[in-house]
Design a protein around this ligand. Sequence first.
Ligand code: NDP
Ligand code: GDR
Length: 344
Amino acid sequence: MKKAIITGISGQDGAYLAQFLLEKGYEVYGTYRRTASVNFWRIEELNIKNHKNLHLVEYDLTDLSNSISMIQKIQPDEVYNLAAQSFVGVSFEQPITTTHITGLGCVHLLEAIKIVNPKIKFYQASTSEMFGKVQEVPQTEKTPFYPRSPYGVAKLYAHWMVINYRESYNIFACSGILFNHESPLRGQEFVTRKITDSVAKIKLGKLDCLELGNMDAKRDWGFAKDYVEGMYLMLQAKNPDTYVLATNRTETVRDFVSLAFKAVDIEVEFIGSDENEIAVDRKTGKTLVKVNPKFYRPAEVDLLIGNAQKAKEVLGWEAKCTLEELCSMMIKEDLRRNKLGFSF
Ligand code: NDP
Ligand code: GDR
């Protein structure tokens, strides 16, 4: 039985990857941080929390000795480093914490592998945020990087360290440059889930108006469950490498708002521009969306669209779920949760 460590089991991707690897017959060690009240709602939703082959391990990525002792004790075949301070907006407020966790944390694990057993395979959750300011469209593994946030810079540092440990110590270390991927398990601070949860509440009469920041930003949004399979495939390939995973379609935040309302049979019309922009219900004229500049970021990533041709050719990976399917799946789940009176 293969053993895998997944850092960040309490996050969106950690939960889906754990489910995927358990189905493949792996023994999974999922790490979580000690907090006053740990929240395992995602692995509970997926019904894997009490799976006999899932072990929950307390671990903090910022602690090198904890990283070494964990790898030493578990002796895994594969390590998937998904843990991070992953919210771009917060990284402007907490640049140092973000650097410690999202940047240096990765190196703690690489060092631990180098010291304990360099044969352990390693996956690093890199990101399209490393592309930042548009240099090329669509973005590939060869596109120059220009990160636009402390989060993007920290991830880029980790990305280059992965390549450095691969080349210096022959460690099977892969980096997946993943474009945005969403799901009903997405955290509510991220824009898609904020939208689907709010639209569900508006439909049910529990909220009057949704406030958003920059609606012009364009993102390449896929379904998280498709993407965790790509992470696994990277570690099964013949050689360690870097891969882009993306859908090759980009839409604005505004487009996603329209799609979400359409999924609950409301047609919206956008009026005005910049911070005066609103979206109104075409039937009732009621304002359902407003811009609030407090959600603007000091520097923005305007346009992301990825080309995952290399992943298709080498790994046989392709995004399957369309944006329409993804959006209606998220809306359906948020309607269900809000009707039951809870939303995570
Ligand atoms: P989430 O924010 O949902 O999950 C992040 C996880 O990291 C949580 O389990 C969190 O624990 C954990 N974590 C945070 N700080 C620490 C720490 N100091 N020690 C140990 N664990 C910690 O992210 P996603 O699941 O969406 O993303 C997974 C990874 O992929 C992240 O690294 C993200 O940056 C990256 N990524 C995500 C993309 C996306 O679109 N989703 C795209 C590209 C990259 P806790 O619950 O305690 O906060
Ligand atoms: P992103 O995702 O920054 O791309 O990072 P997020 O959903 O936070 O923002 C996407 C775009 O929407 C704009 N936006 C808003 N964003 C949020 N969160 N809240 C709002 O109210 C709002 N209004 C407009 C943002 O300005 C941005 O342009 C995600 C994270 O998962 C990262 O960890 C990951 O690396 C990247 O995706 C790929």
